[in-house]
Ligand binder design. Sequence first.
Ligand code: PEP
Ligand code: MG
Length: 329
Amino acid sequence: ERTKLGKLRRLPAETLDGEEVDLQANLEIPAELPLIANAGAHGIGLLRTEFLFMNRDSLPDEEAHFEAYRPIVEATGEDGVTIRVLDWGGEKDMEALAEGMEPTYAGPNPALGLRGVRMLLKRPELLEVQFAAILRVAALGPVRALLPMVTVPSEVSQAREIYERVAKRLRRKGVALPDKLPMLGAMIETPGAALAADAIALEADFFAIGTNDLAMYTLAVDRAESAVSHLYDPLHPAVLRLIQFATEAALRLRMPVSLCGEMAGNPRLVPLLLGLGLRSLSMNASAVPRVKQAVRTLKIDDCARFARRVMEQSDPARIQELVMEFGKE
Ligand code: PEP
Ligand code: MG
């Protein structure tokens, strides 16, 4: 079994009818980097950068960001790295708060408070430092910048103004940047963002659908709350409809869209996700071989037919059944 999955590393993630699927890895700490090459992932679809802010007593400066990204971008090569700017707040470890960071966890409802891009737009100096490092590391390999917790289009346009201002400053200092800056994308991880995806798509260069938070906010179930974990279900039709809506908004504009929540790493969900039109999935590195194996057994037409059947259902339990039965009949 292990050697079989090992051999998969060199095989393409391609359906039986020749449709290529982009399988990328999520990276949470740099120590995971060797796993990614081994898993046969094509690049990093989500580099979480919170690790840079943890267990330290001062904020990381531009150099600290750059030096953290550099080995990752170099190791990933042509496949590219999507670097998500700081997603502080919500469930993300508030105890490791670096000095100078506002205690965002202190609000009455942290998941609905000053987190993600909201916090960065209030503390633009944090965003400037991170953007500068991202733009500089782009000289070493293809990168994209990604904004967490977007809910309105203006958050993307405001962040882009800062992005362009930082680029201008770097150019003045003699840093060579391409005319067309690396893409700046938006996480789609709230119901509001998903339902306004057509408007956000006009401001963003790409979407990364974050189903971990999308399921939490859609179902009003805290992802870290065990008492309601039985209700946490990315296969709930409400979540699936939002994924479908956001995906279709992107596809209509021929804008890149990927899905990077935990569900991307579940091989059983691949037929549904391909059937909804997704061709790019980012997951824990360890999940890549099995997801690739699943992709290689599928035909796109079957996936599309299957997704239509699933999307007709309104009962989460029935959807679960259909998913488990796929390919058996
Ligand atoms: C998500 O919310 O689905 C996601 C990918 O981001 P994170 O898990 O880091 O919140
Ligand atoms: Mg998230």
